[in-house]
Ligand binder design. Structure first.
Ligand code: ADP
Length: 735
C-alpha cells in the first residue's frame, strides 16, 4: 500500500511540473498576445480619434472658406450661396454634415424691411421666429441644401436658444469658429431623433476686425454655420472601421452622460470591452471626449492560440503522468519479479543444500516472508520423531515476531486445523471478519495459510503468513507461497531421509567395528590355543599329548566356533529378513514346555555366572501355533540379554495369559535402557551401549521382533535405567 503511494509521487510530480509549465506558457502567451492586442487596439483608437479630428477640421475649414466668400462679395444672394456650397461638394463627400447655412444679424429697427424683402424674393410665408420683441434678431436665411428638412429651419432665430446662443456669442466675441454643446436640431422630425450640434463661424462688417469684443459685437453681420446630426456624422466617419470591432462614444465638453452625443453600440456590449481608451480633442474651441472600446470579437482568432496551448499542455501533463505511472509500475513489477526470482533461486539453493531440519524451516519461513510481503510468518511442522503426530515445532519470522509468540496458534481452532489437515490454501483479505477466527486473537487482517504436504501425501506442516493491513496477499503471493510450500515439502522429506540414511550408515559402521571385534575375539582365543599347542609339540613337551589337555583345547575351540557360527548365522538371518519373508514351520506348541527347555539349555551358563533365574507359569494353558526353533531363538535371546545386561542379578521369567493372548516376560534387575534408546533397540545394528565389554552385534532383538511379527504377535520393552528391564512377547493364543 505504502509503495503504491510512493509509486504515485513521481508521475504526479512530473505531471505537476508539466502542468505548471503549461500554465506559465499559457499566461505568458496570453500576456504577450494581450500586449500585442492592446498595442493594436491602441493604434486603431488613435486612428479613429484622428479621423474624427480631421473630419471636423475639414468641416471647420469649409465654413471658414465660405465665410471668405461673404467678405469678398458685399451681399451674397441665395443663388450664389447655393452654387458655392454645391461646388464645395462637401455634402456628397462627407455626408455627416446637415448643410451649411447663413444666419443674418438684424437689428430690431430693420426687422420689418427684412421680412418684406425676403417675402418679395419669393417666400411669402417667411417669418423670423420665434416672434417676440428683442433688440436684435439672428435669422437663418440660407441653408443649403435647401431640402424639406432644412426648410424647417428657415427664419429660425438660433439666438433665442440658450445653448446655441452661448456658442454664437462666444464665436462673435472671439472671432473664431465655435461649436455648441449637445442640441436637438430644429430639422428633427418625430422620427429617428438624433443628438446634434452646430458650428458657428462669425463674420463682421469689416474683414480686418480683430479688435475688441465691443467692436466685434457692434460690427457682427451674422454667422456661417453648420448643423450636424451626430449619428449620421459618426457613422460616416467610422465606415472604414466597420470590421475593426471597435466601438466609440463621443461627448462634447465633459464625459458626463448629459454630454454624450454619440454611442456606436449598446452600453452592455461596450461594458464587456477588454481594452478601452479615452481621448480629448479640441473641436472649434470646445473639448470633445472620445472613448474607444474593443468589441468582444476584437483579436478573437488569435485568442484561440493560448487556449489551444492550455488544452494541449493539460493533455500532455496527463499523458506524462500516465506514461511514467505505467512505465514505473512496469519497472517496479519487473524489479519485484527479479527480486522474487532471486529469492526463489536462493531458496532453491538453500533448500537443496540444507539438511538440518531446523535451519531449513527457518530459511523457508524467511523466504516466504520476503516473497509475500507479510509482516509475520510462522511455520508449524512435525518434530524429528516420525511417530510424533503433533505439530509441535514452530519457527517465526517478521517484525512482530515477539508479539506473536504470545499468540500460540491453537491447533483445534477450525481455521488453523484446516491447514493442518491439508484442506488446501486459505487466503483471506480480512480475517477478523471470518467467523472461524478466534476473536481478538491476532492483531492482523490479511491471512495466508498453505499446507506443506510430503510426497507420501502426509501433511508435514503449515506455513502461515499475515499482515496488519487488509488484502495484502493476492493470487501472486498465494502462488509464490504455494511454490515455497512444495519446495519445502521436498526439502524436508530429503532432510529426513538424509537423517535416516546418516543414522543407518553410522549404525552400520558401528556394527562393522563390533562385528569384526566379535569375530576377532574367538579367533584370537583359538589362535592362542593352537600356537601354545604347536609350541608344546615342537619342543616335544608331554603336555602336548596329554589327553585331558587336548580335550579341553578342543572343547574351547568348539565353544569359540559355536560363538562364531552363531554370529555368522545371526548376520545371515538379518540379511535374509530384510530381503525376504520369514518362513515358519508352524505346529501346536505349549510355550511353558518350550520356555523350560530353553532355560534348561542355559542352565550351565547361569550356574557359571551364578545367576538366579525363576520361572513361573501363570497361564492355564499356554498353547499357541508357532515355529518351535524360532520361538526358542527369541526366548534364548531375551534370557541371554537379561544375563548379559542384568548385572548378574536374579531374573524372572513368566508366562501369563490375557485376552486371548499368551505373554512371555523376561524381567531383569540390571542396567536398564535409557529412554531415548528404547525405540531404537529393535532396529538392526542398534545397541543401546557401544561398550565392547559386553559382546553383541545388536541383531538379537531385531531378529526376535521379526520372528514375533511373523507369528502375528508383538514384542515390547519397559525399562528404567539402573533398575532393570522387562521384555514382553505377546503371542495369539491357540483356542
Ligand atoms: P546385542 O547383541 O547387542 O545384545 P540385541 O539386539 O540383543 O543385541 O540388543 C540390542 C541392545 O539392546 C543391546 O546392545 C543392549 O544395549 C540393549 N538390551 C537388550 N536387552 C537388554 C537388557 N535386558 N537390559 C539392558 N539393555 C538391553
Amino acid at each position: 500500500m505504502k509503495r503504491d503511494i510512493a509509486k504515485f509521487y513521481l508521475p504526479a510530480f512530473a505531471a505537476f511540473c508539466a502542468f505548471i509549465l503549461t500554465l506559465l506558457a499559457f499566461f505568458l502567451t496570453t500576456k504577450s498576445i494581450n500586449e500585442r492586442e492592446a498595442l493594436a487596439f491602441n493604434s486603431l483608437s488613435v486612428q479613429v480619434k484622428q479621423s474624427i479630428s480631421t473630419r471636423m477640421q475639414t468641416y471647420i475649414n469649409a465654413l471658414v472658406q465660405t465665410r471668405s466668400m461673404f467678405y469678398v462679395t458685399d451681399e451674397v444672394d441665395r443663388k450664389e450661396f447655393y452654387h458655392y456650397i454645391e461646388n464645395l461638394n462637401l455634402l456628397e463627400e462627407y455626408p455627416g454634415i446637415q448643410g451649411i447655412g447663413f444666419t443674418k444679424r438684424i437689428l430690431k429697427k430693420d426687422l420689418a424691411s427684412h421680412i418684406t424683402a425676403i417675402r418679395k424674393a419669393g417666400f411669402p410665408q417667411y417669418k423670423v421666429w420665434p416672434e417676440f420683441n428683442r433688440p436684435e434678431y439672428h435669422t437663418i436665411i440660407y441653408l443649403e441644401p435647401f431640402n424639406w428638412r432644412n426648410q424647417k429651419a428657415f427664419g429660425f432665430d438660433m439666438f433665442t436658444d440658450a445653448t446655441r446662443r452661448e456658442a454664437m456669442e462666444k464665436a462673435r466675441d472671439t472671432g473664431r469658429p465655435i461649436i455648441t454643446n449637445r442640441v436637438t436640431l430644429v430639422q428633427e422630425t418625430g422620427h429617428d431623433i438624433q443628438q446634434g450640434f452646430l458650428i458657428y463661424v462669425p463674420f463682421y462688417e469689416d474683414v480686418a476686425t480683430e479688435g475688441k469684443v465691443e467692436e466685434r459685437r457692434d460690427k457682427l453681420r451674422g454667422f456661417i454655420y453648420s448643423p450636424f446630426r451626430a449619428k449620421d456624422l459618426f457613422k460616416d466617419i467610422l465606415t472604414p472601421y466597420k470590421k475593426a470591432e471597435i466601438g466609440i462614444k463621443v461627448y462634447i465638453d465633459s464625459s458626463d452622460k448629459k454630454d454624450l452625443i454619440y454611442s456606436s453600440h449598446q452600453e452592455s456590449l461596450l461594458k464587456r470591452a477588454l481594452f478601452s481608451h479615452q481621448y480629448e480633442i479640441g473641436v472649434a474651441s470646445k473639448k470633445w471626449v472620445i472613448k474607444t472600446y474593443s468589441l468582444p470579437g476584437f483579436g478573437k482568432p488569435v485568442d484561440l492560440a493560448p487556449l489551444l496551448l492550455l488544452i494541449l499542455g493539460l493533455t500532455f501533463s496527463f499523458l506524462l503522468f500516465w506514461f511514467i505511472w505505467k512505465h514505473q509500475k512496469y519497472s517496479i513489477d519487473e524489479r519485484d519479479r527479479a527480486k522474487n526470482y532471486e529469492v526463489l533461486n536462493q531458496i532453491g539453493r538453500t533448500l537443496s543444500a540444507e539438511l538440518d531440519l531446523d535451519k531449513l524451516v527457518h530459511s523457508i519461513t524467511d523466504a516466504g516472508l520476503k516473497l509475500s510481503k507479510a509482516s509475520f510468518g510462522a511455520f508449524f511442522y512435525k518434530g524429528q520423531d516420525e511417530r510424533d503426530k503433533k505439530f509441535t515445532s514452530s519457527t517465526f519470522s517478521g517484525t512482530s515476531r515477539g508479539a506473536f509468540r504470545e499468540f500460540p496458534i491453537p491447533r483445534d481452532t477450525p481455521i488453523f486445523e484446516a491447514t493442518f489437515i491439508g484442506q488446501g490454501t486459505i487466503r483471506i483479505d480480512d480475517i477478523t471478519k471470518d467467523s472461524r477466527f478466534p476473536e481478538g486473537h491476532f492483531p492482523v487482517k490479511s491471512y495466508l495459510a498453505v499446507s506443506v504436504i510430503s510426497r507420501t501425501g502426509e501433511v508435514i506442516g503449515g506455513l502461515f503468513y499475515s499482515h496488519p493491513d487488509r488484502a495484502v496477499f493476492g493470487p501472486r503471493e498465494q502462488i509464490l507461497i504455494e511454490g515455497i510450500a512444495s519446495q519445502a515439502a521436498i526439502a524436508i522429506d530429503n532432510a529426513k531421509l538424509h537423517k535416516k540414511t546418516m543414522e543407518a550408515v553410522a549404525a552400520r559402521d558401528e556394527f562393522l567395528s563390533i562385528a569384526s571385534h566379535e569375530l576377532k575375539t574367538p579367533i584370537t582365543s583359538m589362535k592362542l590355543q593352537f600356537q601354545l599347542a604347536q609350541k608344546l609339540v615342537d619342543i616335544n613337551d608331554e603336555r602336548a599329548f596329554d589327553q585331558a589337555q587336548i580335550r579341553k583345547r578342543i572343547q574351547l575351540a568348539n565353544a569359540q566356533l559355536d560363538r562364531m557360527s552363531k554370529l555368522v548365522s545371526d548376520m545371515l538371518e538379518t540379511a535374509r529378513f530384510s530381503s525376504q519373508r520369514l518362513d515358519l514351520n508352524k505346529e501346536e506348541l505349549d510355550l511353558a514346555e518350550v520356555a523350560l527347555s530353553v532355560i534348561e539349555s542355559l542352565r550351565p551358563q547361569l550356574e557359571v555366572q551364578e545367576i538366579k533365574l525363576e520361572f513361573k507359569n501363570q497361564a492355564t494353558s499356554p498353547l499357541i501355533i508357532g515355529d518351535r526353533f524360532r520361538l526358542e531363538q527369541v526366548m534364548t535371546n531375551l534370557i541371554t540379554n537379561a544375563m548379559k545386561y542384568g548385572l548378574n542379578k536374579p531374573i524372572d521369567v513368566r508366562l501369563e495369559e490375557r485376552d486371548g493372548a499368551i505373554l512371555f516376560k523376561v524381567q531383569d534387575r540390571g542396567m536398564g535402557i535409557p529412554k531415548d534408546q528404547l525405540p531404537k533397540i529393535f532396529n538392526r545394528f542398534e545397541r543401546a551401549i557401544s561398550s565392547t565389554n559386553i559382546s553383541g552385534l545388536g541383531l538379537g532383538l531385531y531378529i526376535s521382533r521379526e520372528i514375533i511379527k511373523a507369528h502375528g504377535g508383538e514384542i515390547r520393552v519397559e525399562s528404567t535405567p539402573h533398575q532393570g528391564s522387562t521384555f514382553t512377547v505377546e503371542l495369539p493364543r491357540f483356542k
